[in-house]
Ligand binder design. Structure first.
Ligand code: DP6
Length: 329
């Protein structure tokens, strides 16, 4: 029989990095080598339920109604093992997770996924972790997930080798600044290289990786200041530099990783064109071809319409600042 208290669910939102994380100081502990800053987004939500159950012989992991692949299950079980160690627990777990992302978005969900899993698994195991410990736990699985524990504007400092409790911290709540992020999904380009693999290849082979490590903290400081000052032009310009610089590391890796599709460049040109017409809209991309444009609430419809008309953009939607992770028993 399962103790009803050995189950919990959690809801976490994805986030977009304004200052980008790319590269690890400690691969085994998953510690970022550069500081990053993000905005948590409503709309893009993962809901995860965890039940520790003495009748199970092994962990069961179901994602969006199907059995997880071996690689997906391994990452989930690594998190469950960390939680079991902390709680002194031996029971296997049943995990179900649903992404409430607009369909066909083609966007990664590891940030919201591991934030929700860290919160649900630790609550189900009876651990009363505060947000800081939850963030460190999520970070060990996926560093961007550390940021999704908090709503609004969040920073994750760089760490160093041997760090095991590095966590994100909030900079400002969602209500601080009513920005919009317009996501433009594009046709896929080359086969995807995951961010973990992409940043490792950059670290080992890109001649520009050290220049990136040198510069990234400056952009991050500038972006943090601009968030506090609600200065979109300064934030946007530094966000674009941070984005293009980490893509430069990826492109100059061996073998090269080019995340962009033709529609990526078309969407970047759309955002630049809007700026030439006086709209403060700024682009960023992650480890994929999609373009995300940051703008003020008053310009959001115009930015979205322009991206909707861009050749190769398959669909768009809009997100606004989202809340902290929520846990339910
Ligand atoms: C390009 O957090 O997915 O989206 O820690 O290896 O799981 P791991 O990497 P992940 O990397 C995200 C990289 C990025 C930029 C960012 O979100 O900061």
């Amino acid at each position: 029989m399962t103790d009803r208290s050995m189950q919990a669910s959690a809801r976490a939102c994805a986030n977009i990095a304004l200052a980008k994380y790319w590269g690890k100081a400690d691969v085994r502990r998953n510690v970022p080598a550069v500081p990053s800053i993000s905005l948590t987004l409503d709309q893009l939500v993962t809901e995860t339920r965890v039940r520790f159950d003495e009748s199970l012989g092994a962990d069961v992991v179901r994602l969006d109604g199907r059995r997880a692949t071996v690689a997906e299950a391994e990452r989930v079980i690594a998190m469950l093992d960390r939680v079991r160690r902390e709680a002194g627990l031996r029971l296997s777990a049943h995990v179900t997770s649903h992404n409430h992302f607009p369909t066909a978005a083609g966007l990664a969900s590891s940030a919201s996924g591991f934030a929700a899993l860290a919160a649900a698994a630790s609550a189900a195991a009876g651990l009363r972790f505060n947000a800081r410990r939850l963030s460190a736990l999520a970070r060990a699985s996926s560093a961007s997930a550390a940021r999704s524990i908090y709503g609004g504007f969040v920073e994750l400092p760089a760490g160093s080798r041997g760090d095991s409790d590095l966590a994100a911290r909030p900079i400002a709540p969602p209500g601080h600044w009513n920005l919009r992020l317009v996501v433009a999904a594009t046709e896929p380009g080359q086969k995807k290289v995951g961010s973990t693999e992409g940043m490792e290849r950059s670290r080992k082979t890109s001649p520009y990786y050290h220049a990136w490590l040198d510069q990234a903290p400056r952009w991050s400081r500038k972006i943090k200041r601009a968030v506090k000052d609600r200065d979109l032009d300064t934030l946007g310009a530094a966000m674009e530099q941070s984005t293009l610089a980490f893509h430069c590391c990826a492109i100059t890796s061996d073998p090269p990783i080019l995340y962009w599709a033709p529609a990526t460049l078309a969407a970047l040109a759309t955002v630049r064109g809007l700026r030439e017409r006086g709209v403060s809209a700024w682009a960023t991309m992650d480890a994929g071809p999609h373009v995300k444009a940051l703008c003020g609430v008053g310009d959001a419809t115009r930015v979205r319409q322009a991206l909707d008309r861009t050749p190769g953009v398959t669909r768009t939607w809009m997100a606004k600042p989202g809340p902290d992770v929520e846990v339910h028993r």
